[in-house]
Design a protein around this ligand. Structure first.
Ligand code: GLA
Length: 385
């Protein structure tokens, strides 16, 4: 997507040329490892990708905000003083929520027209919503000189998604979208928000996205249910282990955890969280050393734990991971994101990607009945272009 093209779209859709526009990009993300532990105060290792949302914003002087996207037919128009959630506004509630929360922070914003153009499929679990939220935040922040730092924008976007849109997500997606950098994965402590960038030493391997093309219908209610189960497990374990978060419990204490929780769902959820956190720590060390083969094995263990203990995989995700692992060029694969459909990722030898994609597509289609979409991704980053 280049600037001139989005300018033409802007003119066509809004009926006027943008004046002194800003042109921005916010990426989507994959998560290499550390799934369903951001809301348990754990460590996560996401990577911002080279697919995401472009935006062009131009001021208006009448206190009106108009939101349009080349991906959707409608233009949503709201008075800045009158922003509220409206189910009929669909996707536009994400950027509306950002403006609402910036104003709730006490900032004065002017009117604007903003046009989005996204190239991540919606509902695939690559954080298209966090990408739209962050590009809106960056655009308003820069245009109206609001002075938010990228981390503050990520926190505002998470708050908006939780409170304005009613989606109970953790901080991982918005943080990865805002803070991820090209050539790196991000190592984030979701409790303290301390983070550092990890160079992507993938030793001739590429991260390949495998979209099951199954939309994540059940994911929201099941997501909230998992969060609830983790809270319950923590409430029982907290007095004994003196921890603030489920992810703070050391894997050495698993026997004690089992004694306290008994066998059943709470134990399964806790076991996933505790073991996944340990895998992220280990994964960071392996990436630093460039031991990609061992990292690949951790991805496989993570998928197993998500499928069996956390129960957020599904037939499609399991089938695509199994197909990927059956190819000799693949050294690890797992579901990525919330689960129940959406995407998995695989670590694949760079010079074998086409062959891998063909092999996995055929195997998956034979088992599931429809074709997946398989493509390599590179690291990306948010920028004002
Ligand atoms: C979704 C949420 C994130 C995180 C993942 C699971 O993407 O938005 O906060 O919880 O699921 O790791």
């Amino acid at each position: 997507m280049d600037k001139a093209e989005l300018m033409r779209d802007f003119h066509r859709i809004f009926g006027h040329r943008p004046e002194n526009p800003l042109f921005l990009f916010a990426p989507g993300r994959i998560n290499i490892i550390g799934e369903h532990i951001d809301y348990n105060g754990g460590l996560v290792m996401p990577m911002a990708i080279n697919f995401g949302t472009y935006a062009m914003i131009s001021r208006r002087d009448d206190g009106v905000a108009r939101f349009a996207s080349v991906n959707f037919p409608e233009i949503i128009e709201v008075g800045l003083q009158n922003i509220k959630y409206d189910a009929q506004h669909g996707w536009a509630n994400y950027p509306k929520g950002i403006i609402y929360h910036m104003m709730a922070d006490g900032h004065t914003l002017g009117g604007f027209d903003i046009l989005f153009s996204g190239n991540i499929p919606q509902g695939a679990g690559l954080s298209s919503s966090a990408s739209v939220e962050m590009v809106m935040a960056m655009a308003a922040n820069a245009m109206f000189g609001l002075g938010y730092s990228p981390i503050e924008m990520a926190l505002l976007a998470q708050k908006s998604e939780n409170q304005f849109c009613g989606v109970n997500c953790g901080i991982m997606d918005q943080f990865a979208v805002g803070m991820g950098k090209k050539g790196h994965a991000l190592m984030l402590n979701c409790d303290s928000l301390e983070y550092h960038l990890l160079p992507l030493n993938l030793g001739g391997h590429t991260i390949v996205v495998m979209d099951t093309k199954k939309s994540r219908q059940l994911s929201e209610s099941a997501y909230n249910q998992r969060r609830g189960e983790c809270e319950e497990a923590l409430a029982r374990l907290k007095p004994i282990f003196d921890v603030q978060n489920l992810a703070d419990i050391a894997p050495e204490n698993m026997d004690k955890v089992e004694e306290l929780l008994g066998k059943g769902v709470l134990l399964m959820r806790a076991r996933h969280v505790i073991s996944e956190n340990a895998r992220v720590k280990q994964g960071a060390k392996l990436l630093e050393k460039g031991d990609v083969a061992a990292l690949g094995q951790l991805l496989v263990a993570s998928h197993k734990s998500l499928a069996l203990d956390y129960e957020v995989s599904c037939a499609e995700l399991d089938a695509i991971v199994e197909a990927a692992l059956a190819h000799p060029a693949c050294i690890g694969a797992r579901m990525t994101g919330a689960g129940f459909g959406g995407c998995a990722i695989a670590l694949v030898q760079q010079d074998n990607i086409d062959n891998f994609a063909k092999f996995v597509s055929e195997k998956y289609a034979t088992k599931i009945g429809h074709l997946p979409e398989i493509y390599p991704v590179q690291s990306g980053q948010a920028e004002i272009i």
